[in-house]
Ligand binder design. Structure first.
Ligand code: 3HC
Length: 702
């Protein structure tokens, strides 16, 4: 922490430069707003100062309000006495000089200034909706006046970060700092140039006019993705107020709409998710000296669906990547698939043709191991069987530079066993991508016991550099994400045996907030994949709970979308799942054969049966020391499985129910259904001590 005050006033001749210094990103933490006001008052009271500049020290302008302060009963200055109110009353002009980020309260303060300049790499935005609130510092009133209601609506409802050159076009900033010029010098020059301009151009004095239809159109367009949420709708109401009410009344309306959100469950869950995503990067038992290696030449082995997606992830983030496959046909097919995937994005309008061409040109198909020998990091993505993966690692160990990192995309296999075929087990770790690999944000970094700290740091950094959220997992069957999800996958099929239909279960989970139901997801991923894993587990454990309905579908060649039928049936060239009476009959038949009496289920029972089974498994994972924190498991569920973000994550949601209630229910299902519901010892301990899942202390990582 720096020993400078959180806000200081420096003099640059006749210009007062107000500098915020609250590392790392200059959030508006304790003392910052008061400091800005004090410096503004001091500068306004100093006859030698003609104009002011507001800027940030370190890596950013101001990243917004201090999120840690929300929901803590923090005291906020009343309307009319906040930083931007003091700016509005300032008799001297203020120039905001933006680098890094001007987000939330940061942009709101910048909009309180009379002029805004930014370096080209800066980003501005009002991302409050992403943490379940709305811009509560005048953002919903000033942005529509500055950039127009349509732009403001889009930015505030999406929360997106707008790059400075675009912000210039939208009128949010007035000038870009020329390349090579010093930002502070440019801002001081600007302040001097506008020192005598009167009246001062205040954003609040502008008018915002909108076609009233844009608000309903926005409500309609977000209906699906904003399901069960309030913040996006309050954002729309607040921008609407900017267009219909005088400024002061609009500010009051914004305040009321903000207060409705700050302490709601939605905001609590989203704040939790924000911090969980940052915590997950921390490996508490690793030496502080642990450093990620800088890699620049990645290679992918295996040009199947996963390998192709992984290669695309590298190419999408600017890496030249080499890709190889066991056969020439496999490689050609893989490259065709990659090309088709990009072409689909171009057709949908989410990717420009020239960008597709650039990305495709970065993916280099190569014939064999010798062609990747100089690569510094390899991700293996061949067929998920140890006898297929081991020879690949033997070859890699032979040809690759001894410093190269060898990562496996296995989703379940023992990576220590895999590492044992090489002479460099310390360089081996798992990088488990989720399908589709170029889309899903989660990268599960699997830590076999012999992996060196810098290997893990490099695998974690690899994820970050290609836009993923890396989360560490222990080397246990299914690792953490899939292992914690596995009981859910079994339970959903067992529910069919007991009387549910796929479409009923899917509806419950969609209502809960998932983008797709689990049966429809199964059809998308391919039912043959799960069947392989079940076979392997049954071979290893004769007591393994089989899923006869799922196995029968696979035996019949109903693999899901790719065969036109799975849990649902699909029409040609259409991905809509249609409930299939054939499946309903099959379920009834199998239930009869198994002697299970079918009954009806409430939505709540279905939801709890699925999620509680996974909560119990997550506790087992923690008690075995295979995860650092419950919140890491939440991050995995958010980014690997589409768990609704506004519910925080599996374990956060469970805390909302209460650890004792969860335990009691699981214990009662243990009585009813037997061993598969045996409560985890950690869960029992938490229930007995009344400790939340969030505060659970997992066993030391092994
Ligand atoms: N409040 C509190 N802490 C914050 C913060 C904030 N607004 N923004 C970042 N941090 C913390 C992070 O938790 C992290 O802490 P850690 O090192 O202890 O884990 C540290 O700052 C660095 O953050 P990142 O790791 O995220 O750094 P990046 O460089 O990757 O990203 C960023 C920087 C884009 C600014 C990102 O941190 C971010 O998106 N921050 C949140 C921005 C935001 O939502 N602003 C709006 C706040 S709400 C508001 O302003 C309300 C107002 O309208 C009334």
């Amino acid at each position: 922490m720096s020993d400078k005050p959180v806000v200081r006033l420096e003099k640059d001749g006749d210009i007062g430069v107000i500098i915020v210094n609250y590392p790392p990103v200059n959030a508006l933490g304790p003392g910052v707003a008061d400091g800005i006001i004090a410096c503004l008052n001091q500068a306004n009271g100093d006859p030698a100062i003609k104009a002011m500049v507001l800027m940030g020290d370190g890596r950013s302008f101001i990243a917004g309000a201090d999120i840690r302060g929300f929901g803590t009963g923090r005291k906020r200055a009343p309307l009319g006495e906040r930083t931007y109110d003091v700016m509005d009353r300032s008799p001297k002009p203020i120039v905001a000089a933006i680098h890094g980020f001007a987000l939330g309260g940061g942009l709101e303060n910048a909009m309180g200034c009379h002029y805004r300049i930014a370096v080209p790499s800066a980003k501005v935005g009002l991302p409050e909706v992403l943490i379940g609130i709305l811009p509560g510092g005048g953002g919903t009133q000033r942005l529509p006046r500055l950039a127009g209601p349509q732009v403001a609506l889009e930015m505030i409802v999406s929360g997106r970060h707008v790059p400075a050159p675009e912000a210039l076009k939208l009128g949010i900033i007035d000038e870009l700092v020329p390349a090579g010029a010093d930002m502070r010098e440019t801002a001081v020059k600007k302040a001097r140039a506008v020192a005598n301009i009167r009246p001062l151009p205040r954003v609040r004095d502008r008018a915002a006019h909108a076609d009233p239809g844009i608000f309903d159109a926005m409500r309609k367009s977000i209906a699906r993705r904003a399901r069960n949420q309030k913040a996006p709708y309050n954002c729309i109401l607040a921008v609407e107020a900017a267009c219909t009410l005088p400024f002061e009344d609009g500010m009051k309306r914004e305040q009321d709409l903000f207060l409705e959100l700050e302490n709601a469950d939605e905001a609590k869950a989203l704040r939790y998710a924000f911090f969980a995503e940052r915590e997950v990067a921390k490996l508490p038992d690793m030496p502080a000296s642990m450093k990620a290696a800088d890699f620049s030449k990645p290679a992918v082995i295996g040009a199947g669906t996963m390998g192709g997606g992984i290669a695309m992830s590298f190419a999408d983030f600017g890496y030249d990547v080499r890709i190889m496959d066991a056969t020439e046909e496999g490689l050609t097919r893989g490259m065709d698939r990659i090309r088709n995937n990009y072409a689909t994005s171009v057709k949908r309008g989410s990717l420009a043709q020239d960008e597709m061409d650039r990305r495709l040109a970065r993916i280099h198909p190569v014939a064999g191991y010798d062609d990747i020998a100089d690569c510094d990091v390899v991700v293996e993505a061949v067929f998920e069987r140890m006898d297929v993966k081991k020879p690949v690692f033997e070859q890699l160990d032979r040809v690759m530079n001894p410093d190269a990192f060898l990562f496996s995309n296995s989703s379940a296999l023992d990576l220590d066993d895999l590492a044992s075929v090489t002479k460099r087990p310390e360089k081996i770790a798992g990088t488990h991508f989720f399908s589709p690999a170029n889309v899903m944000k989660l990268l599960e970094v699997v830590r076999p016991p012999r992996a060196a700290p810098d290997t893990l740091a490099t695998a974690m950094a690899l994820g970050r550099r290609i836009g993923k959220i890396s989360a560490i997992a222990g080397n246990t069957d299914g690792f953490v994400a899939n292992r914690s999800r596995a009981p859910f996958n079994s339970e959903m099929v067992i529910l069919l045996e007991e009387g549910c239909l796929p479409e009923q279960v899917d509806k419950v989970m969609i209502d809960f907030g998932y983008p797709m139901g689990p049966f429809a997801v199964g059809d998308l991923a391919g039912l043959d994949i799960g069947a392989e894993g079940r076979k392997r587990r049954l071979a290893a454990n004769p007591n393994y709970r089989t899923l006869p309905i799922a196995d029968k579908l696979v035996e019949m060649g109903r693999f899901g979308q790719k065969t036109g039928a799975g849990w649902y049936r699909y029409d040609k060239s259409d991905r809509t799942p249609h409930p299939d009476p054939f499946v309903a009959d099959l379920i009834a038949q199998v239930a009869t054969q198994m002697g299970v009496r079918q009954k009806t289920f409430t939505d709540e029972e279905i939801l709890r049966r699925l999620l509680f089974s996974s909560i119990n498994e997550a506790c087992k994972i923690m008690e075995e020391g295979k995860a650092y924190r419950a919140s890491d498991i939440d991050v995995m569920w958010l980014h690997g499985f589409g768990f609704p973000r506004y519910r925080g994550g599996l374990m956060f949601w469970a805390d909302g129910i209460g650890v004792r209630d969860v335990y009691n229910q699981i214990a009662s299902w243990h009585q009813q259904y037997g061993e598969r519901w045996a409560p985890s010892a950690l869960l029992r301990q938490l229930a007995e001590s009344g400790t939340s899942f969030r505060d659970a202390k997992p066993a030391p990582f092994v």
